[in-house]
Design a protein. Structure first.
Length: 702
């Protein structure tokens, strides 16, 4: 046993040697949690003589499952191949392949992926005569199924319109979709977990058989489980649970995917006899970085107490750069990257994909190779390509590829069958698709939508030659309802920001280069080509990614940019305490990706929805004691002045957060945020309320 324990610290050893009963391992960032789980499974097999066929380990990705199994094979030999190491969905598939007939599944049922879902939803929408995108309806399906809701419960809370149709019609889309799945002998990924739960609840004898195959259960990243995964875990654990869950509520950042942080926070309520083990020794980051991380996260209320402790001493101070604007922020990053060299060990992290464009541009100008992770190049993003397609058609109406892209984008009642008839007519008559559209009255029984679209195109053609790219794109947005259509999509906010970023790119180009819309399209084509991967990604490249995509990774040097109010925390998170705390956790995750060197930066001015606005530093920067930050200048030089951070705004009338107050209507509550002349108060009966102090009539309580 000594070789299993000798390389572990005391807390890790305690987790490894835990045998029977439930256990919660609170594993801080960089604390070696995967190593701990692997050694614990090996310990069960070698020292406790547990059969590998009695052990289940659940991870969140197939890659993590494969790596865990490979490590165990190296540690304990070929018998580790009998271990059940899988994602939640893979485990459910294995169960349903054996027992699926109990819940009405055909042998050999197929599993629909996202593309299949979209295709099926398009068929359903066509059957119902709806001209709408499948995106909002797929988001509805995901929400209902990830939360394990009944359709009726969802409808009670849903907005009146979903995907541009009344919610009652959206409910019919849901029902038709489920019926179509059944007819085709198919399930989607979310159905897998729901069907496994139904199987266990309706057939306890099957549950008992599966429990014999999963006597010792491990669940990794427990803070990221959703309500359905939580229910499935509890069923598998049974009355006498040998369940070890591993996770960190401070790294719970996937609320938008229905992850529920309360699953890990209430573990000891679900299992009162559970042992709690904290892994607090951090093997990743230097002391200055961990001091900043601890200072940030301790302000959250929804957490389990722990403090990360470094195992390595020394380290450079955490640097803070205050940029006059977003362009100077990107230029600073590029200069520092060049100065540091060793591009492979550098990551630039940001809150939204739209922030990547300026960073890519400045790094490319500086000759720095870039690897963009988790997103396509900026000019390849769907909404950006859609708007560029309008421009290309306006400049060249014979461009049939781009014309087909925009003919029903946003939806305007020109369905696929209509386009097909027009394409056939064009081919037979030897015309371009645009010419066929102009002849719609001769081809279609209901030509009005096409005629209206042709009128729009003719107007845009005139605009293309009379105005620059900025005015042209603004006209497209106004005339088509493009923004409104994006707002209805599940990731609409990110897509809208990309639209605004395209307008910024056009405006910058007009100021620096100038010219016609056609000239701008040429510049874009050259830029987009530079974004394309040329074979294998370069071994030495700076990594650009969102904070969400950075989870689980580590880099010697990290730049964490855009630390401003309404960006981090994001503007959509400011109305609920839970969302605000998730944004703080996202900042914490970004900080703890850094091993040796961390830069924080924010801009004093940034374009927001086409307008230059003065910004405020993120409230999260205020959580960091000034002595933990070293302010630097535009060229990385240490500021001569003492390190100071401008206050986002004076706290409202002395409120800073945490004060008990009474409101004449809402009763007693607690101030959770204060800014300018407003405070945000959590009231037990009505939730969060944003109040203007001038009119609120708040009474301070001692």
């Amino acid at each position: 046993m000594s070789d299993l324990l000798s390389s572990l610290n005391p807390a890790q050893q305690e987790a490894v040697k835990h045998f029977e009963g439930p256990a919660l391992v609170v594993a801080g960032a960089g604390s070696g949690k995967t190593r701990t789980v692997v050694h614990r499974i090996a310990y069960l097999m070698r020292e406790r003589r547990v059969y590998p066929s009695e052990i289940l380990a659940v991870t969140f990705t197939n890659k993590a499952a494969g790596e865990m199994k490979e490590r165990l094979v190296r540690m304990v030999g070929p018998q580790a191949k009998e271990l059940w190491v899988a994602t939640f969905h893979a485990a459910a598939v294995r169960i349903l392949r054996v027992y699926g007939e109990y819940v009405g599944l055909r042998p050999g049922f197929v599993i629909f992926d996202e593309d299949d879902q979209n295709a099926l939803l398009k068929e359903v929408l066509k059957e119902l005569g709806l001209e709408a995108r499948p995106g909002p309806f797929r988001a509805m399906l995901d929400r209902i199924k990830n939360r394990g809701e009944e359709l009726s419960a969802f409808l009670r809370e849903a907005p009146d319109y979903i995907g541009g149709v009344p919610k009652e019609v959206a409910a019919e889309v849901y029902r038709r979709y489920q019926e179509a799945l059944k007819v085709q002998g198919a399930v989607d990924f979310n159905d897998l977990l729901l069907l496994a739960i139904k199987l266990f609840e309706d057939h306890p004898e099957v549950l008992h058989k599966v429990q014999q195959r999963a006597r010792f259960i491990h669940v990794d990243e427990y803070q990221d489980t959703n309500p359905v995964q939580y229910r499935l875990t509890r069923l598998l654990a049974g009355e006498k649970p040998n369940l070890m869950v591993v996770g960190d509520p401070d790294q719970s950042i996937y609320g938008f995917r229905a992850a529920d942080i309360h699953n890990i926070l209430r573990f000891t309520q679900d299992y009162p006899e559970a042992r709690v083990i904290r892994l607090e020794e951090n093997y990743r980051s230097s002391r200055p970085i961990l001091q900043v991380a601890n200072a940030v996260i301790e302000k959250n209320a929804l957490r389990l107490e722990k403090v990360l402790r470094p195992t390595k001493e020394g380290g450079e101070p955490v640097r803070l750069y205050r940029a006059p604007n977003a362009r100077e922020e990107a230029a600073f990053v590029a200069r520092e990257v060049v100065r540091l060299g060793g591009y492979q060990g550098i990551a630039v992290l940001y809150r939204t994909n739209a922030q990547s464009r300026l960073l890519e541009e400045h790094l490319r100008r500086a000759g720095v190779p870039v690897r963009l992770v988790g997103a396509v190049g900026f000019f390849e993003r769907r909404e950006v390509k859609d708007l560029l397609a309008y421009a290309r058609v306006a400049v060249n109406p014979a461009d049939g590829i781009n014309l087909r892209r925009i003919v029903n984008t946003p939806p305007r009642g020109i369905g696929a069958s209509t386009v097909s008839r027009l394409v056939d007519y064009a081919q037979k008559a030897g015309l371009s698709l645009y010419e066929a559209l102009c002849a719609a009255q001769q081809v279609l029984s209901r030509p009005q939508p096409v005629q209206a679209f042709v009128g729009l195109l003719q107007e845009l053609m005139e605009s293309a030659f009379e105005s620059g790219p900025v005015a042209f794109f603004q006209r497209v947005l106004e005339a088509t309802g493009f923004r409104e259509a994006l707002r209805e999509e599940p990731d609409g906010e990110d897509r809208l920001q990309n639209v605004e970023e395209l307008l910024r790119a056009a405006r910058d180009w007009e100021e620096e280069e100038g010219g016609s819309l056609a000239d701008f399209l040429d510049a874009v084509a050259l830029t987009a080509r530079a974004e394309e991967p040329q074979g294998e990604a370069p071994a030495e490249a700076v990594t650009l990614m969102t904070l969400h995509n950075a989870k689980g990774l580590e880099f010697p040097t990290v730049f964490l940019v855009g630390l401003e109010e309404n960006l981090l925390p994001h503007r959509n998170s400011l109305s609920r305490l839970e969302d605000l705390e998730e944004e703080r956790r996202l900042f914490y995750v970004g900080i703890t990706r850094a091993q040796e060197r961390l830069y924080l930066s924010y801009a004093e001015e940034r374009e927001v929805y086409g307008k230059r606005e003065y910004t405020r530093p993120s409230r999260f920067l205020e959580d960091i004691p000034r002595e933990l930050l070293q302010e630097v200048g535009a060229f990385g030089e240490t500021s001569a002045a003492p390190s100071r951070l401008p206050k986002p705004e004076k706290p409202a009338q002395g409120f800073r957060g945490g004060e008990k107050v009474r409101h004449p209507k809402f009763g007693q509550g607690t101030v959770v945020a204060a800014m300018g002349e407003e405070v945000t108060v959590m009231f037990p009966e009505v939730g969060l309320k944003r109040l203007a102090l001038r009119f609120a009539g708040l009474e301070r309580l001692e």
